[in-house]
Each structure stands twice: as C-alpha cells, then as structure tokens.
Ligand binder design. Structure first.
Ligand code: B1M
Length: 211
C-alpha cells in the first residue's frame, strides 16, 4: 500500500499520530505537499463525509478524522504557503450574535478545510457588523452562518438583511446551518443554501462555487 493510501485509511480511522507520521514520511519521500493534500487528506475526508451521510459513522468519529487531518495539515501548511498553492475557495464562518455554541460550527470549519477551502473562523457571538467588516477585509467567496438556538436563528436573517441594506449581498454567497434551521427557513430569509450537517456543507460550498 502506498503512503498516500495509508494516509487516507488513517484519516478515515481518525488516527492522528499515524497521520502526522505518514505526512512526515510522505514529505521525506519527496512527495509534493499538494499531492499529499489532494491524494491523501481530501479523498480521506471525502470518504468520512460519505460515511457520515450514510450513518455509518457519527459526530465523534468525524471529529477524530477532522482532527487527524488538521494535525497533518500543520506539517504541510508552511510548504503550501511557500509554493503558493491556491485553495479552492475562501470561507468566513461564525456563530451569530447571542449564540455561544461552536462544536458544530468547528466541525463544519474542519470539514471545509478538509475539502480544500481556506477557512477564516470568526468565532461565536458574532454581530452582523463584524461579519460585514470581515467580508470587506478578507473578501471570502462564501459566508457560513451557524445558530443553535431558536432565539438566535432570527439573527441569521438579521445578518443577511444587513448585507442587503449595506449593498454587500451580491458580493457573497451565504450558507446557513444549525439544528433549529430548515431548508424552508433558509429560502424564506434569502440564503443561498442550507446544509444540515458538516459533510453536506462541503458539497454545498463546492456547488455554490461551481466546483
Ligand atoms: Co446548549 N442548547 N445552551 N449548550 N446545547 C442546545 C442547543 C439545546 C437544544 C439543549 C436542549 O435544551 N435540549 C437548547 C436549545 C433549545 C432551543 O433553542 N430550541 C440549548 C440551550 C437552551 C442552551 C442555553 C440557553 C442553556 C442555558 O444557559 N439556559 C445556553 C445558551 C448559551 C448561548 O449560546 N448564549 C446553552 C449553552 C450550552 C453550553 C455552553 C453548555 C454548550 C455549548 C458548548 C460549545 O458549543 N462550545 C451547549 C451544548 C453542548 C448543547 C447541546 C447539548 C449540544 C450542541 C452540540 O454541540 N451538538 C445541545 C443539545 C443537543 O444538540 N443535543 C444544546 C453537536 C454538534 C456537532 O451538532 O451543533 O447541531 P450541531 O452542528 C451540526 C449541524 O447543526 C450543522 O453541522 C454540524 C455538524 O454536523 N451545522 C451547520 C451547525 N452549524 C452549521 C453551519 C453551517 C452548516 C451546517 O454553515 C453553512
């Protein structure tokens, strides 16, 4: 089995120390960091996403895989930056104002990174103004909004309205998610898409960017 096949298997298994070891081995063998990313981590995380959607694995296993991939990515990052490897898209993600839940949002962020996106995490309790400032500054392709409370899901609408009122809505795709949200609600408030979980968030982000 090649080092990249072994890498995929260990990303799927969520074996963090083995993924780090294999990343180093692949670099030592002279494999290009981009190849390690595209033929090792990303297909591994695609398998993880599929298994999650088919209920073969659950949130804890997906978290372990995402953490293993992130640990390996740490070794690749300096080389990828040096080589100027372009991510497939840039995303700002955050939990809306009044809401401190971030476990699901973090998982979505990690899966998006695993899917090849650059992700800027705005954190929790983020106001519409802060999202607008970040979008102006970082110029992402997509904004991902998360809310876990029925009392804060209205804040998602407020953020989208603020983008409209400030003439920024056409510059960005907005995806929404979180337990109380539904696809109908996302349409009603004018979001570009809704995803029920982290794996489908990756598929939706790619679809929105035509990838
Ligand atoms: Co809170 N909490 N909590 N809580 N909490 C819930 C959400 C609740 C359902 C519990 C309950 O009563 N049964 C309830 C909400 C009820 C409601 O509004 N309908 C609730 C409440 C009421 C509260 C407080 C108000 C409690 C209190 O203080 N009285 C308070 C609010 C604080 C605040 O935010 N202002 C509060 C506090 C907390 C803790 C701080 C203790 C902790 C959060 C820790 C943290 O996140 N760092 C916490 C937790 C852990 C939960 C539960 C138990 C678990 C949430 C979670 O992490 N799920 C939750 C009950 C439950 O869900 N069983 C609950 C796992 C996570 C992987 O799933 O977040 O759904 P989830 O994310 C999924 C999808 O939703 C989706 O993908 C993720 C991965 O598949 N997704 C996105 C999420 N964001 C997305 C963004 C996207 C796309 C997909 O962008 C495109």
């Amino acid at each position: 089995m090649s080092v990249l096949e072994e890498m995929q298997e260990n990303v799927v298994a969520g074996n963090e120390s083995k993924v780090v070891e294999l990343t180093q081995k692949a670099l030592d063998e002279g494999l290009a960091p981009e190849k390690i990313l595209n033929d090792g981590f990303i297909p591994g995380m695609e398998i993880v996403g599929r298994k999650f959607q088919e209920n073969e694995i659950y949130v804890p296993e997906m978290l372990m895989s995402a953490r293993a991939m992130k640990a390996g990515m740490k070794l690749l990052e300096p080389f990828l930056t040096e080589a100027g490897i372009e991510p497939i898209g840039k995303i700002v993600i955050g939990t809306v104002k009044g809401d401190l839940h971030d476990i699901g949002k973090n998982l979505v962020a990690m899966m998006l990174e695993g899917g090849g996106f650059e992700v800027i995490d705005a954190g929790v309790d983020v106001s519409a103004q802060k999202f607008m400032d970040l979008v102006k500054e970082k110029k992402p392709d997509i904004l991902c909004l998360s809310a876990l409370l029925t009392t804060t899901m209205g804040e998602i609408k407020n953020v989208i309205d603020a983008f409209k009122e400030n003439g920024l809505r056409n510059d960005i795709k907005i995806m929404v998610g979180g337990a109380p949200l539904t696809v109908d609600y996302s349409k009603e408030i004018g979001a570009d898409g809704y995803s029920p979980d982290a794996a489908s968030a990756v598929d939706l982000a790619k679809k929105l960017l035509g990838k």
